[in-house]
Design a protein around this ligand. Structure first.
Ligand code: PAF
Length: 308
């Protein structure tokens, strides 16, 4: 399968490298320099859970590309821009594997091909140009976003990922929405706390960090049910705990953002929970406090867009 990985950050680079190991897959990474120029010169080096080097194609120009599949792995605030570039190319399917909510909506708003929602709990950190550390073996869940996307596409994409050794689950439309809320709970618990306390994911497995898991699971669960997604607080707490264990050594993407003084995805994670909860009269004080703290950090560094 020809696969474009749109967004060669930590997770995009890791997933692209794993896919590029399959002889039948042709992989093109879309990213920024100097990462892209280094990959072109000496390949993409993965260390950590497994160590290997692959030589995928790499480009800084995401326009006019053609492939069977585009995996979207950009930061959520770049999804609109990614969709505009993807629109200039031709793809049989596009699949979001991003953090936060709203990505699938942004993609379906601009693209005519089938769009799949997706989540991944792999842990990865890009340590330098052409280098990524694989810190957590997770799971990938994909599923059709619109009723019109409910054909064989998700199963074909699932097979292509399974060929690369991914633990992949193909869900239906209701299933992928429920799994996105589970991943939202995972990110709402892990990302801001690790970023603010400057700790690895595993610190949420022990006291006092572990004290945050239950209130966040409860708040996200109450909000999910208020918007009509059937998920229990226990299932969300279990999802958080299993990702904390599987990615214990990992520095979360938000911790990496804070260290690099980059804008974070807080608005589409805890901010999304606060806004949906507010529409339904659900109290979410823990999510609100985390959202406020990260927004204050972003505002101090002029990292927030003027309209946010
Ligand atoms: O954003 C992240 O870092 C990842 O989604 C996850 C799964 C929490 C692992 O660190």
């Amino acid at each position: 399968m020809e696969i474009v990985v749109f967004g060669a950050g930590s997770i995009g680079s890791l997933l692209g490298a794993l896919l590029a190991r399959v002889p039948d897959h042709g992989v093109t990474l879309v990213g920024r320099d100097p990462h892209v120029s280094t990959i072109r010169r000496r390949g993409l080096e993965v260390t950590g859970i497994e160590s290997f080097t692959v030589e995928p194609r790499a480009t800084t120009d995401g326009t006019g590309l053609t492939a069977d599949l585009a995996l979207v792995t950009v930061k959520a605030y770049d999804t609109e821009a990614a969709a505009r570039e993807l629109r200039t190319g031709e793809f049989r399917a596009v699949c979001s594997l991003q953090n936060g909510m709203g990505n699938e909506k942004a993609l379906t708003g601009r693209l005519d091909c089938p769009v799949l929602g997706g989540t991944t709990s792999y842990g990865a950190v890009r340590t330098g140009p052409g280098e990524v550390v694989w810190n957590g073996a997770g799971e990938v869940v994909i599923g059709p976003w619109r009723p019109s996307d409910e054909d064989e596409t998700a199963a074909e994409v699932g097979d292509a990922m399974a060929a690369a050794g991914f633990d992949v689950d193909v869900a239906d439309g209701a299933g992928i929405r429920r799994r996105l809320w589970e991943k939202l709970a995972v990110n709402a618990a892990i990302n801001p706390t690790t970023a603010l306390a400057r700790i690895e994911n595993g610190a949420l497995g022990d006291e006092p960090g572990a004290d945050l898991v239950e209130p966040i699971a409860r708040e996200v669960g109450a909000t999910a049910r208020a918007v009509g997604v059937s998920v229990s607080d226990e299932a969300l707490a279990d999802a958080i705990e299993s990702v904390v264990t599987a990615t214990a050594e990992n520095e979360s993407s938000m911790y990496a953002d804070v260290q690099a003084a980059r804008r974070t995805e807080i608005d589409v994670i805890n901010g999304y929970v606060v806004e949906r909860a507010g529409e339904h009269g659900v109290e979410v004080p823990t999510n609100r406090a985390l959202w406020t703290l990260l927004r204050a950090w972003e505002a101090e560094r002029d990292l927030r867009p003027v309209d946010a």
